[in-house]
Every structure is written in C-alpha cells, then in structure tokens.
Design a protein around this ligand. Sequence first.
Ligand code: AMP
Length: 473
Amino acid sequence: MPAINKYLYDIEEECGVFGVYGHPEAANLAYLGLYALQHRGQEGAGICSSDGKQLHIEKSMGLIADIFTEKRLKRLPGYIAIGHNRYSTAGSSSLKNVQPLVANFSLGTIAIAHNGNLVNAAELRGRLEDEGAIFQSSSDSEVVVHLTAHSRGESFKQRLVQALQDVSGAFSLLVMREKELIAIRDPYGVRPLCLGRFDGAYVVASETCALDLIGAEYMRDIEPGEMLVINEHGLDSIKALHSPRKAHCVFEFIYFARPDSCIFNGVNVNGVRKNLGRQLAEESHIDADLVIPVPDSGMPAAIGYAEVSGIPFDLGLIRNHYVGRTFIEPKKTIRHFGVKIKLNPVREILKGKRVVVVDDSIVRGTTSKKIVKMLREVGGAREVHMRISSPATVGPCFYGIDTPTRNELIAATHMVEEIKKYITSDSLSYLSIEGLRSVIPGPDDFCYACFTNEYPISFPGEHLQQLDLFVGT
Ligand code: AMP
C-alpha cells in the first residue's frame, strides 16, 4: 500500500466566496460581502479587483475587519472584484494559501476563489508536477489553475471547462480575468452559490446574507454544473458540466450556513433548523422543566423543540462572542478552560431544573461532555437531557466540511447509550435520518454522507486513511 497522506495539499474547507461585476466600488462591495460571510472562514481573506486592464490583489491572515483598512481597499480599484474567506484545518496556516490565487499564463492573468474540496486534487497535482508544473501553494484549488493552463481549448472558457471536467469533488468557484467574472458550481451543487443584482451590477455569493448586507436582490442560484460568464456582453449561462444528480450538503442547513441566509434554491436556513428542532421534539419527548440551546448553533432548533414540546425556553448558556480560535490559559492555577471561555451557564435559570439541551451535532463528544458537567456543577441543573438536531455523525466529509477522521467521530465507534455515558447526560437522543429527510425540501437532492457513509461523489485512495480503513498504512 503506498503511503497515503491527506496533508499532501490543503483543503479549501468551509470557505466563503463573493464576487461583483460592473460596479465602480467593486472592492468595497466585496469587503462587505466577505464581512457577512465571515462565519465561513476566519483564518485569512483576500480581495482581487480588476480595472479592465490589470488585476490588483490584497490578502492577509486574519479577520476581514482587521485585514482591510481604507488604505488597503483604495489599492483595489476597478469594476470587478472577487473575494474569499479562508477556513483551514490546523497546521496548514499560511499566507500563500490565502485566496484569491492569482496566476499568469498564456491567455492572461486569472484570479480564483474556491469553496469546497476537490477529492482528486493530490492525484492531479502529482500528475501535473510530473509534467513540470510548479505550484505556489499547497491549496487544492491551485490544480484548477494548472489544469487550465495545460488544457488545449481555443478560448479561455473552453480551457476552464476542460480543466473542470478533470476535477472531482465540490467547488463553488469564482474566476476573474481582466474583463470578466466567471462563476461555476460543481455538477452536484455541493456548496451553495447564488446570483444577485445590485445597482446595475451582478453579484455572486456563497450565501444570501452577503446579498442582504449590500442591499442586493437575490435572483437565483448558480445551477449545479452551470458556468455563468459575466462581461461587457452581459450574462451568459453555459451548461458546462454534466450533472448526474444533485448532492447539496445537508450540513450547511444543520450547522454551517448563517440562519438568515436562504440557500439551495432560496430555502431559509433558520426555518429548516426550527423544523429540525420540531421534528426532534416529536421523536424524543422527555418530561422536563426547561429547553435551552447551545448558542449559537443550537438556537433555532431549540426554539422549535420548545414550541412542539410545550416546555419553556430560556437562555441557560451564554456565549462570549469575542473568543478567537486560540487563547492563552494560565499555566497551573486554573486548568482546562476549554469550553468555559466560550459558554457560561446561568445559575438563576438552571438551578434545580430538569433541562433539555439542544445542540446541532456531536462530533468528538468533548463539547457536550463539558456542557453537561458545567450545567450540573455550575448551573445546578437537576437533570440534563441532550438532544441533537441531526443524526449521529458517523462519517468524515470529503467535500468541504471540517470533520476529523472516522475513529475520532464518537458516534462512528460508540452506541448512543455509550455516548450518553461518556457525556454524562441523563438521556441522549439524535434526530433520525428519516426525520431529517422529512424536514429537508427535495431530500433526494442532498448529501447525507456524514450520517450514512454513503458518498455520492467517489473519491480516490488518498482518503482511505481518513476513513481509517487502512490503519497503519
Ligand atoms: P465536539 O466537541 O467535537 O463533539 O464538537 C461539537 C460541537 O462542534 C457542536 O457544538 C457543533 O455545533 C460544533 N461543530 C459541529 N461541526 C463543526 C465543524 N465542522 N466545525 C466547527 N464546529 C463544529
């Protein structure tokens, strides 16, 4: 068995993309769009603009508000812009991987911003490197640039389509050239991507919350397999890639997208999450005094749960919204801050109560365990009943959600009763798969791989290690 290394390249997990064509303040609009999409990635961000002659790029590690000063935005002139918020897994933090990626080749300069994960990127990269390609980054998205440069079509569009026919996986992709903006979605439509109109300009964004911020009107989603070319001739839609089926990521509805967004053909995320909570209450009723959410992710589902169960709702856990990805713990005096820095129980609400706690998912189980402990010890709750508004997470995601390897997923190796014991709750219930499907509009058009291990887009051997099928290779 050859050595399989999932870190051969970095995955553009959970990113946010935003593009604008035909506005004198294109970069400023991209800045605002990225601001609204900050939840999709906090590691780094960039904006690339074009004035019709030349591309201009500014990117850095950090949050949008810290990266883009007025001075920096002024260095991004032009009427076209694309922007990207990057999320990455630990250990792959590097400015060279922050997008948009800019490259020069025979047909001019291009910039790309990608959300999703290309499942055959390592294989393609190996082939391209054997043919002499020199990569600037370890990002999976760069293979698209090299494939485009290597392909033989006459026009840029033909080359790009040819390149994308070779890649497999999830991509909501923006490509900018000096005089045009191209938006493409993979044939399965895994990650969201929508089109809007603002002040005579076209706007494309991962989620509609970005359109809302600038006051753009939602027009429609970019279709799976569709390539939308926006230039001086207007908007041209090309059916570029054959779409065998749709496989929208159901986890976008459960956890990832913002509740105020409408995704996958205009469905409001908050509404779906509330319905997940309602369905969960139907399936797993328990006598209790109080329903509380794990903020923020469990909030809409907890509201739905309380509504159907008739149990009063309150905010028994308060979240500190200013916690970054890391913080410095005092060495010896107070150990294991963990989740405490983020969440604090409200004793006045919880004391002596039988509490139902609603969260969207359990991954490793560590968060739930700490929350249960905290609710009992600090909050004084008499009973703690954990309710999860999705089925048990049993499979890693290869299409762009950051999940650990299978044997780190507690539900992949433990029964519900064992998980209950581990997290020390009085009871634990997940939403059923059927219950989830009953809430999702057009359920056959979604990917449920993280709950079923049925992967709609096949992937090569590089991921078997993550699946832990070949332990010790
Ligand atoms: P864990 O402690 O590993 O079980 O994490 C569970 C918590 O992480 C839940 O509160 C979820 O809301 C949250 N969560 C679920 N999926 C993700 C993800 N892909 N990235 C970050 N947080 C997540």
